[in-house]
Every structure is written in structure tokens, then in C-alpha cells.
Design a binder for this molecule. Structure first.
Ligand code: SF4
Length: 470
């Protein structure tokens, strides 16, 4: 037993053979270790806190926005988004009244877009129910759309200095280590216990600073992979450190790994009146990435690539080569994607069946990945020509109809002749039906108004960059 262990046991009142206190027991106990932690942490924070834009004042709206943006996102990433967002929507009323598209556009690149939609929905509730002022009332704040226990605690403590805990993953990690708690933090019962413990640590009259101090310690010192114990203000009585468990705590059972999905996307390049434009579509009103814009894409079942294409400079060179060669569908001979014809064929058929949009994929363009909490998209992008929009009856049979019309693997000749037949005098190629309402042609400049998820943003920016260089 080391000297440090003895020190920790002494302050916690624990002997070597004593049974470890549960988190609930700790919450109810008044130990010297707890008093030490609260005192030292608060002093450290007040002397060392970072200057951050949301710490300028205690405006609950500003704190609310920052806490929502900071979920799953690093401080450095959030700062420019936060400043742009507050400049555009300086008040709850301004946010409540804004078109959702504008809100999503300002959120573009931050990910987890339901946060933005919920934040605006919550702002509308505050505007309607509370005259545009966040109420100094825990139950009313907790009832707002998208505001969970953590955000409630953060708003109530930081804005109103109410003694409410704000417990997220960072705080659970710090407290698990300091008190050497071996409870599984993935369990709701552990979170509830740690919330009680965190509440019992709040020094009187200093809830806002103390909660921010805990967050700051988790962000700067007691970090997930390499805790900086030697510079930690509470190391002297940290039980996890004393027992050499700072690297194994907190205990967290692994969540189910996200399900991989291969998505086949079409980079549909316009010609004629749409020269220099790309065809994009808007996602449905609800569900994953609701109402955001994207390249049209379909789920590839059983058509995952067997070999990964190159990345970085090699990938760019591949794209340029594909750009030069991919005119008649033969450019894919050296493509790193195995089974590309099958993927192109599936993309053509499924897009026709699902959206009535007939395209001719002409070559592999690039790949990208998008990680959600429950799914990982492997997006294979194919450059394509637009054909026409099908009648509904035709679309229904497109998935199973193996007619030459949808063939792409042999240079797309059958497709091309069908498309030519319907093109009259340079008019848009529409065969009896208009473009689906959620589709539109866009130029690079139009991207300033439409919100795209990161994965498509990256693909589109690369495309415009390459197109401009040609
Ligand atoms: S001493 Fe180490 S493990 Fe303990 S709270 Fe500080 S940084 Fe975390």
C-alpha cells in the first residue's frame, strides 16, 4: 500500500479492509475528501478558467446555445459557430422567428442536426409560453424541447446560480476517478447516483462556477485517455489515482457498434440549361438528417466494395482521371472499386424506382464516410448524367425490370438512346412527369443557402474545387 493510498483513505475515512462506499452512500456522506474536492476545484477554476465567449455574462439564452453546441463537440470547433450563431440570432425571439433553413445553415458542419432543430423548437416554446425569457424555474426549463437533465442543470446553475448538478460524460469520468467509483456509467442508475453526488459537492452560493469547474477539469486535466494527474488541483486526495486506476476508470460497458451501410450516391452533373449545376435533393420532413440537402443516394444491399479506394492525393488524382475518362462508362476499368458495374446498375435502378429519376452513372467519383451513433455510412459516389423523370407506373417496375433501358454496364448505349428520344429541342428531358418536389438543380453559389450534412458538404466542395480547376 502506497503512501498516497493511505492519504486517500485517511480523508475518506476508509480503512484498507473497509467496503467501498456506493455512490449513493457517498452522496449522503459529508467527508473531508468531498469538502477538499469542492474547495480546491473552485479555487483552481477561479484562477485558471478559460476566457470563452459564452462566459461573457450569465444570459441564459447564450448559455443554452453554448451547452447545446458543446454536446459531442470540442470547444475549439464550437467557438466560431457560436459567434456566428449569436451574431445572427442574438435573442430567443430572433431564433424563434428564423426560418429553419437559416438555422440549419448556420449549424452546417457541426453535426447532430437534431440539436439545432430542438434548440429552435425550445426557443419557440420560450417565446410563446414565457414571453421570450428563459424562466428561472427548473421544471419549466426541463420541460422545453430538447432540454435534458444536463442542459437543465447547466442553465439553472450557470445562469441562475441554482444548486443543480450538470452531469455529462466528462463529469462522470472525473467523479468516478476521484472517488474511485467502479459502477458502470452506462447504467441510468449510476448516472442518477452521480447526479446526487455532484449535487452534494456544490459549495453554497457557487453553483455556476463549481459546475463549470468540473467541466473544465474534465476538458483540460482529467481527460479521457491521458489524465494530467501531476497538474491536477485535486490529486492529493484522488482515490482513483491513489489506486492506480485513473486509466481504467470510469467503467463503461460498450455500446453496440454502429451498423455499417453502403450508400450509392449520384453526382448528377447538369448539361444544357443546367450546365455548371448539380442535382440535389432534400431529405424528408422527419427522421435522420430531416430536411437537410444531399446528393441523391440509395442503400446498396450486398454490394459493399471489396477493396477500398485510395485516399488523399491519390484519390484526387483518381478523380481527375475519372473526370477525363468517364464519358462512356468505360472509365472504370482501373477503378479501385470491385463490383462497380453492379453498384452503378443498382444506383440507376433504385433511384428510378424510389424517386422516378432516371440517371446514367458514368464513373466512380469518390468515397466518403459519415458516422452516426447507430449507423456508419460508407458513401460511394458515382458521377452521372441526368436522363429524365419517369411516370409512376414506370418507376414501379424499374427495380425489377431488367430491360436494356436501365443498362449501364455496357456503356449505357440503350439508356442513351432512350434518353435522346425524349429530349426535344434542347428542353429538359422529362418523360411525362415533372422533377420530384424535393429535387433541385444548384450552382456552387446556391450552397450558401442550403444546409448539407458534412459528408455531402465535403463531396460537393471537392467537386466544385476540381470543376473550377479545369
Ligand atoms: S488526479 Fe488524475 S485521475 Fe484524479 S481527478 Fe485529477 S486528473 Fe483525474
Amino acid at each position: 500500500m502506497t503512501e498516497r493510498t493511505n492519504a486517500a483513505d485517511e480523508v475518506s475515512g476508509r480503512s484498507e479492509n473497509a467496503t467501498r462506499a456506493s455512490v449513493s452512500e457517498l452522496a449522503g456522506a459529508g467527508t473531508e475528501a468531498k469538502a477538499y474536492f469542492s474547495r480546491e476545484l473552485l479555487d483552481w477554476y477561479r484562477a485558471n478558467k478559460r476566457v470563452l465567449p459564452w462566459r461573457m455574462n450569465r444570459d441564459p439564452y447564450r448559455i443554452w446555445v453554448s451547452e447545446v453546441m458543446l454536446q459531442q463537440t470540442r470547444v475549439d470547433t464550437v467557438i466560431p459557430y457560436y459567434e456566428r450563431f449569436l451574431a445572427k440570432f442574438p435573442t430567443i425571439t430572433a431564433l424563434a422567428e428564423a426560418p429553419e433553413e437559416e438555422v440549419l445553415k448556420l449549424w452546417e458542419g457541426l453535426g447532430y442536426y437534431s440539436r439545432a432543430r430542438n434548440l429552435q423548437a425550445g426557443a419557440r416554446e420560450v417565446a410563446e409560453r414565457h414571453g421570450g425569457i428563459v424562466p428561472d424555474n427548473k421544471d419549466m426549463v426541463a420541460a422545453l424541447r430538447g432540454v435534458g437533465p444536463y442542459t437543465t442543470g447547466a442553465i439553472m446553475s450557470i445562469a441562475f446560480n441554482r444548486p443543480e448538478p450538470a452531469v455529462d460524460g466528462n463529469v462522470m469520468r472525473v467523479l468516478s476517478r476521484y472517488f474511485c467509483l467502479e459502477d458502470d456509467i452506462a447504467k441510468p442508475s449510476t448516472r442518477i447516483g452521480i447526479e446526487k453526488l455532484a449535487a452534494s459537492l456544490i459549495p453554497e452560493g457557487a453553483a455556476g462556477d463549481f459546475n463549470q469547474a468540473l467541466m473544465e477539469l474534465g476538458a483540460l486535466v482529467c481527460t479521457p485517455k491521458s489524465p494530467g494527474c501531476l497538474t491536477c488541483p485535486v490529486m492529493a486526495h484522488c482515490e482513483g489515482r491513489a489506486e492506480g486506476k485513473e486509466h481504467v476508470l470510469p467503467i463503461k460497458t460498450k455500446a453496440k457498434p454502429p451498423r455499417p451501410e453502403t450508400r450509392l450516391a449520384a453526382l448528377i452533373v447538369g448539361t444544357g440549361e443546367h450546365a455548371g449545376q448539380l442535382l440535389v435533393r432534400q431529405r424528408p420532413e422527419s427522421g435522420l438528417l430531416a430536411r437537410m440537402w444531399e446528393l441523391p443516394h440509395v442503400l446498396a444491399e450486398g454490394l459493399a466494395p471489396k477493396k477500398k479506394p485510395a485516399r488523399g492525393a491519390k484519390a484526387k488524382a483518381d478523380k481527375l482521371a475519372a473526370e477525363m475518362l468517364a464519358i462512356d462508362g468505360s472509365a472504370m476499368a482501373d477503378s479501385p472499386i470491385v463490383g462497380k458495374e453492379a453498384q452503378m446498375d443498382a444506383l440507376c435502378r433504385q433511384l428510378a424506382a424510389e424517386d422516378r429519376v432516371l440517371i446514367r452513372p458514368v464513373g466512380w467519383w469518390s468515397e466518403a464516410e459519415h458516422v452516426f451513433s447507430h449507423i456508419v455510412w460508407d458513401v460511394q459516389v458515382f458521377k452521372a448524367e441526368f436522363g429524365f423523370v419517369l411516370e409512376e407506373a414506370e418507376a414501379a417496375s424499374a427495380a425489377s425490370d431488367a430491360s436494356d433501358r436501365y443498362k449501364v454496364a455496357e456503356g449505357g448505349e440503350a439508356y442513351a438512346s432512350a434518353a435522346r428520344e425524349t429530349a426535344a429541342g434542347g428542353e429538359a428531358m422529362a418523360e411525362g412527369a415533372g422533377m420530384p418536389a424535393n429535387y433541385r438543380w444548384i450552382s456552387e453559389a446556391d450552397m450558401a443557402e442550403l444546409a448539407f450534412p458534412n459528408v455531402f458538404l465535403r463531396i460537393l466542395r471537392e467537386y466544385w474545387e476540381i470543376a473550377a480547376a479545369r
